[in-house]
Design a protein around this ligand. Structure first.
Ligand code: HEM
Length: 405
């Protein structure tokens, strides 16, 4: 038994519960405690290894042969248990199946295709900021992040305008399932049926616009690069992975600016820092905080013996604040070059949508910096109780607008 190995070998064991309310509300103290306990810590409650240090998290992500994805990104172990939905053809697949699909998606999301989106994103960001001027208090989560992403992202994919709020409900289910099947997950999949059927139907070719990225996936299937029946599932992976993540990132970065107002002034003075600020924001409060790999064979991590078919939980949120890697990790500093931050993962599964997501955020924060003099909290933010993501549903903000040039 892996737990006996942990006990006998004197490896650190912990009663920390990453799915408890206390941890969900504020995991940072637990991260520090776990990082200090050791490179690899056994979680008594879930019988899994938990990695919280940068070096080991990076090493596991960089070794997909020994630490696979096809047995699930949550604690459900597909070696022994059934997945709750048909697994993702990318996130929950290993080479060689993963490789071909990934090449297609990489081409669809190529720098050339993404560059074409910039102007549209800029227009939407400016129009949104104009609308926000009418509000005394802006909910940074809904009025800003959600409003912007639910417009620009599905437009880029080619999804019809009606019913887009289903993508939020779907994202909640998908990312909660990357944790455990607890009440949080059960609540998010209540009334799942209409949401799942909306998602599946809007990924059908005849429902997508002809000039979106979804159509490009179908064209790759026409060219024989993919089986036809994989195209719909790959379009679904855009919608599963690209919405909640970016909305959450934007909300978290707005929150970081309220906590470090000097950083907003730096960005105001030089909006060209937006890209760097976004990268630092992703490091500072990583949206998708943890997920798993499964060992395919007996192995070791930092000298700790790991059995085959064993779940290993990786906290990229903690790795991104590991003082062994970062100076003053609890400080949000937009002059930092946060190169190597792990919010998008790394290696073969490293986020295929990261360039698109970076552009969405860079454009928005550039436009905000040009128009908003200061940004302050106007009330207590509300956190969504979530298994794997750090989401706020309400971020009350007081924005001071500069006179329009
Ligand atoms: C700030 C926003 C985002 C964050 C934090 C994020 C995070 C991540 C992470 C951590 C992974 C790797 C998971 C793993 O290693 O198992 C990943 C993969 C992925 N992401 Fe993102 N993502 C974001 C935006 C997007 C967007 C906009 C899209 C779609 C255009 C997208 C599509 C995907 C897909 C399809 C994968 C699977 C890649 C593969 O397995 O080869 N993501 N993302």
């Amino acid at each position: 038994m892996q737990s006996a190995i942990a006990a006998q070998s004197g490896l650190p064991m912990s009663d920390v519960d990453p799915f408890s309310l206390e941890y969900i509300m504020d995991p940072f103290a637990a991260h520090e405690q776990l990082r200090n306990l050791g490179s690899v810590v056994w979680l008594n409650k879930y019988n899994v290894w938990f990695l919280t240090r940068y070096e080991e998290v990076h090493a596991v992500l960089s070794n997909p042969k020994t630490f696979c994805s096809s047995k699930g990104l949550g604690l459900t172990n597909y070696y022994f248990e059934k997945p709750w939905r048909a697994p993702s053809l990318l996130l929950e697949a290993d080479p060689p199946e993963h490789t071909k699909r990934r090449q297609v998606m990489g081409r669809v999301l190529s720098p050339a295709n993404i560059r074409k989106l910039r102007e549209g994103f800029e227009q939407e960001a400016r129009a949104l900021i104009d609308r926000l001027m009418e509000k005394e208090i802006v909910n940074g989560a809904k009025d800003l992040s959600e409003a912007y992403i639910l417009k620009v992202f599905p437009d880029a994919i080619g999804v019809s305008p009606e019913g887009r709020e289903n993508m939020l409900k779907y994202g909640l289910m998908v990312f909660n399932a990357f944790g455990i099947h607890n009440k949080i997950f059960e609540d998010s999949v209540k009334d799942a049926e209409p949401v799942i059927s909306w998602i599946m139907s809007c990924c059908e070719r005849d429902r997508l616009s002809k000039n979106g990225m979804g159509e490009l996936v179908y064209q790759a299937a026409d060219a024989g690069e993919l089986p036809q029946d994989e195209a719909l599932m790959l379009v679904r992976s855009f919608l599963s992975a690209g919405v909640d993540t970016t909305i959450t990132a934007i909300t978290n970065i707005l929150y970081a600016f309220t906590q470090f107002p000097g950083e907003w002034q730096k960005l105001r003075a030089n909006p060209a820092l937006a890209r760097q600020a976004v990268e630092e924001g992703l490091r500072y409060e990583t949206p998708w905080h943890h997920f798993c790999r499964t060992s395919t064979e007996e192995t070791t991590i930092a000298g700790a013996p790991i059995a085959a078919k064993q779940k290993i939980m990786l906290s990229i949120g903690s790795a991104n604040r590991d003082p062994r890697k970062w100076d003053n990790p609890d400080v949000f500093d937009i002059n930092r070059i946060a190169h190597g931050q792990l919010a998008f993962g790394t290696n073969i599964h490293g986020c295929v949508g990261q360039m698109l997501s970076r552009l969405e955020k860079e454009v928005l924060f550039t436009e905000l910096a040009k128009r908003i003099e200061s940004i302050e909290l106007a009330g207590e933010p509300t956190r969504v109780v979530h298994n794997t993501m750090r989401i706020r549903s309400n971020l009350p903000l007081k924005l001071k607008f500069a006179a329009k040039a």
